[in-house]
Ligand binder design. Structure first.
Ligand code: AMP
Length: 409
């Protein structure tokens, strides 16, 4: 039996290539051997993976994704962790959009790459960068199993009632218009970890996950299965985010086109890059907004209030979707670090059994922890997310299963 037990996780985003090399012992990775990021020319505000050592400079010297990936390979080789190592079991690639075609981690073949290419219209910014990462990594190690792990996959279990928009069915089906959801690896990881924190198996726990980073999304997870999420056809729907508006009346788009004479690309840019917290107050970093609020800045206060109001609405909605809620889990940059957002979002929800303990909430730390009172009916948790670990776990488990079935088949 092969002793290969390492997985290289690659996240080829629109503006950077991030990587982590994980040593797997059994089904869960235990050690991060190395990690880093090669940043590319343009900036898109894509998520910085937590816990990563930024060893490859923040330089703008990397021309494109292919060069960035080759640089990653060289960096790893220089530390004796090269891609040619026999200990490498697989490469796990984060792929943003899997459409309805990919609902599971998938072993990459030429046919799979072609199918991911067909999904580019659904994720024009992200999927092309993911595909480049896959192609370069396959060229470097054609013999190595490479696995695509999709951001949308965890949400593919949503019932039609949650996944359908109420638009003409023929038009929707023809153009793939439905709710896919994103941040799936984070929602999967955090919902499982939150269940463990209250001593339950995932199958026994109903969890609301609030992934609040620069991008933000909520999900309702019943017994380990996602039944609703706030992002939709694209990551624009749902919560107020760093630079995205989240939910709005779709007629805003027609109005801007007709009355302001704006082109589709301009409206796209406005709603994705110049809205949300940034559009409301000129800052998209919650730390800066907190500082400004403390000085009595009204625009910052308004941005915070709009953000928190939307969040509370989703918590209430997902309580109704789930019926019984065991845990509400906060994660990602804002969710893990902002006690003020957690407190404000859940304030006044005591009639729903939801309470925060001010002392526990104020404690900072990097471990998963409860911030609700010991006797609270609904546990409230802070659970640091780890998307790389989840991608590694899924890729490794697929490679192990397929090598078993090949041997036994
Ligand atoms: P992420 O996309 O998960 O890396 O989250 C990035 C966002 O987290 C930043 O834009 C900040 O708004 C927020 N953030 C990070 N650290 C803190 C902190 N200590 N307090 C409040 N917000 C924070």
């Amino acid at each position: 039996m092969s002793t290969a037990s390492r997985v290289l996780v690659l996240n080829s985003g629109s503006s950077s290539v991030k990587y982590q090399l994980l040593e797997m012992a059994g089904p869960s990775p235990t050690t991060t051997l190395d990690g880093g990021a090669a940043r590319r020319i343009d900036t898109d505000g894509s998520r910085t993976a937590s816990g990563i050592v930024e060893r490859i400079g923040e330089s703008d010297g990397v021309a494109d994704h292919a060069a960035a990936l080759r640089q990653v390979a060289e960096e790893l080789a220089a530390r004796g962790l090269g891609l040619d190592s026999p200990q490498l079991a697989a490469v796990g690639h984060r792929v943003v959009h899997g459409g309805t075609r990919f609902t599971e981690p998938t072993l990459i073949t030429d046919e799979v790459v072609a199918e991911i290419e067909k999904l580019v219209p659904l994720a024009p910014l992200h999927n092309p960068a993911n595909i480049t990462g896959i192609k370069v990594a396959r060229a470097l190690r054609p013999d190595l199993p490479q696995v695509a792990v999709f951001d949308t996959a965890f949400h593919s279990t949503m019932p039609e009632a949650a996944a359908r928009y109420a638009v003409d069915v023929a038009t929707a089906d023809r153009y793939g218009i439905r709710r896919y959801g994103f941040h799936g690896t984070s929602h999967a990881y955090v919902s499982r970890a939150a269940a463990a924190l209250v001593g339950k198996e995932p199958a026994e726990a109903n969890v609301i996950v609030l992934h609040l980073g620069n991008g933000a999304s909520a999900s309702a997870v019943r017994g380990g299965v996602c039944v609703d999420t706030s992002m939709g056809l694209t990551p624009l729907e749902g919560l107020v985010m760093g630079t995205r508006s989240g939910d709005l009346d779709p007629a805003v788009v027609f109005h801007l086109a007709r009355v302001a004479g704006m082109a589709t690309e301009d409206i796209d840019g406005l709603l994705n890059k110049r809205s949300g917290l940034l559009g409301l107050c000129g800052d998209n970093d919650m730390r800066e907004i907190g500082r400004r609020m403390a000085e009595g800045d009204e625009a910052a206060q308004l941005a915070f209030d709009v953000y928190v109001h939307r969040l509370r609405k989703y918590v209430g909605a997902y309580c109704a979707v789930l019926g019984r809620v065991d845990v509400i889990a906060f994660t990602a940059g804002v969710g893990e670090n902002s006690a003020a957002v957690r407190e404000a979002a859940l304030r006044g929800l005591e009639p729903l059994g939801i309470e925060i303990d001010a002392v526990r909430n104020a404690v900072r730390g990097s471990a998963a922890r409860l911030v609700s009172p010991p006797a609270g009916r609904v546990a409230v948790a802070v659970v640091p997310t780890d998307e790389e670990m989840e991608i590694a776990r899924q890729a490794y488990s697929l490679v192990r299963t397929s090598s078993h079935s090949v041997r036994e088949g």
